[in-house]
Write a protein that binds this ligand. Structure first.
Ligand SMILES: NC(=O)c1ccc[n+]([C@@H]2O[C@H](COP(=O)([O-])OP(=O)(O)OC[C@H]3O[C@@H](n4cnc5c(N)ncnc54)[C@H](O)[C@@H]3O)[C@@H](O)[C@H]2O)c1
Length: 335
């Protein structure tokens, strides 16, 4: 049975990834430090179903301090999603936290993976590495980060490339674009907008709402990540994981208003935040080719799932929530 270590397992994307790997028949070791970037109670709730599953093991540990050779014992594949997210919060004194949790933690893990000889290391990078640069159909693109967060993700991604080149670590970086869906982090746009709409509060918008984002549904991101774990890719490969359908923030708000059933949506406009960019747009041609992957959830269908999750979690007082009837049934066999 394939054993996978997932770091950041209690987070938004990590918890979905663990569930998907269990459905495929893997054994999953989930590691998380339950950092205070947002309420750790939410992270506990993300794990509630996983903890009932015998093939899932939770390690409450910090990548910066824990003995990583123990964590990797018996592990075949590593998905590294742990990190400090957030563009606007990465300026000033908090940059130290970004360096620690995104750069140093990744370097520690790469050292350990190199020694352990794992078969694959997938790193959750970000569209923020592009900043004011551009994606490219040849992959990699031209990164020019516009925030300290983007700089830290690019540094980590570059380390993956360095360990691939010099030590043959089979590392792949996936640049995720604005992920949304059930369990989305509370600082993210769709989450904030849905909560405001459900409470009839005005929606806080930074800038004029004309910014374009390549919103990508969490199940599509997880699918790409699983494929990258099992695919035979050259070490150091970098791929965009995006929907390929860039959308304005105003369109997002329109769709959400419609789904929540609000006829009049009040917007409160604030100045754009430092580090925000006018447009993100992934280039998924190479990702399709390398992984045989395509995004399958359109924005409306994905937002419908997210709105339903917000309503259910409110009803349950913040407990989990995700409506996956056969959540942990190993149906697809191992890949
Ligand atoms: N959500 C997005 O739209 C998006 C977009 C691009 C990239 N990413 C990247 O994907 C990854 C997951 O993002 P998410 O939205 O699920 O974030 P999240 O904050 O929900 O999950 C990250 C998890 O990592 C854990 N963590 C942080 N530092 C740690 C450490 N030193 N040791 C152990 N655990 C630690 C946190 O406790 C958290 O549970 C992150 O690396 C993020 O940068 C996310």
């Amino acid at each position: 049975m394939t054993r996978v270590l997932v770091t950041g397992a209690a987070g938004f994307i990590g918890s979905h990834l663990c569930e998907s790997l269990l459905r495929l028949g893997c054994e999953v070791r989930g590691l998380d430090a339950f950092t205070a970037f947002y309420d750790p109670q939410r992270k506990r709730a993300n794990l509630s179903r996983l903890l009932e599953e015998p093939r899932f093991e939770l390690l409450h540990a910090d990548l910066l301090t824990t003995r990583l050779d123990d964590m990797l014992d018996g592990v075949d594949l590593v998905a590294h999603l742990a990190g400090e997210p957030g563009v606007s919060t990465s300026w000033g004194a908090s940059f130290g936290r970004y360096l620690d949790r995104n750069v140093l933690a990744t370097q520690r893990l790469l050292e350990a993976v190199s020694a352990a000889g794992s078969q694959r290391f997938v790193y959750a990078s970000s569209s923020s590495v592009y900043g004011v640069g551009t994606a490219s159909s040849r992959g990699g693109g031209e990164p020019r980060p516009a925030s300290p967060y983007g700089v830290s993700k690019l540094a980590a991604e570059t380390l993956v490339g360095a360990y691939a080149h010099s030590y043959g670590v089979p590392g792949v970086s996936l640049r995720y674009f604005s992920v949304y869906g059930p369990r989305q982090r509370p600082d993210m746009a769709a989450h904030r907008f849905i909560e405001s709409l459900l409470e009839n509060r005005p929606l806080k918008v930074f800038g004029d709402g004309g910014q374009v984002r390549d919103f990508t549904y969490v199940d599509d991101v997880v699918d790409a990540t699983v494929r990258a774990l099992f695919a035979d890719l050259p070490p150091g490969t970098v791929l965009d994981v995006a929907s390929g359908r860039p959308t304005t923030i105003r369109t997002l708000i329109g769709e959400l208003g419609d789904l929540v059933g609000t006829t009049d949506t009040d917007l409160e406009e604030y100045d754009e935040r430092p580090g925000d960019v006018p447009r993100t747009e992934g280039n998924i041609a190479l990702t399709r080719k390398c992984l045989g992957w395509s995004p399958t959830t359109d924005l409306r269908a994905g937002l419908m799932q997210q709105v339903a999750w917000h309503k259910r979690s409110r009803h349950l007082g913040g407990q989990d929530e995700t409506d996956h009837a056969t959540l942990l049934t190993a149906s697809g066999g191992e890949r």
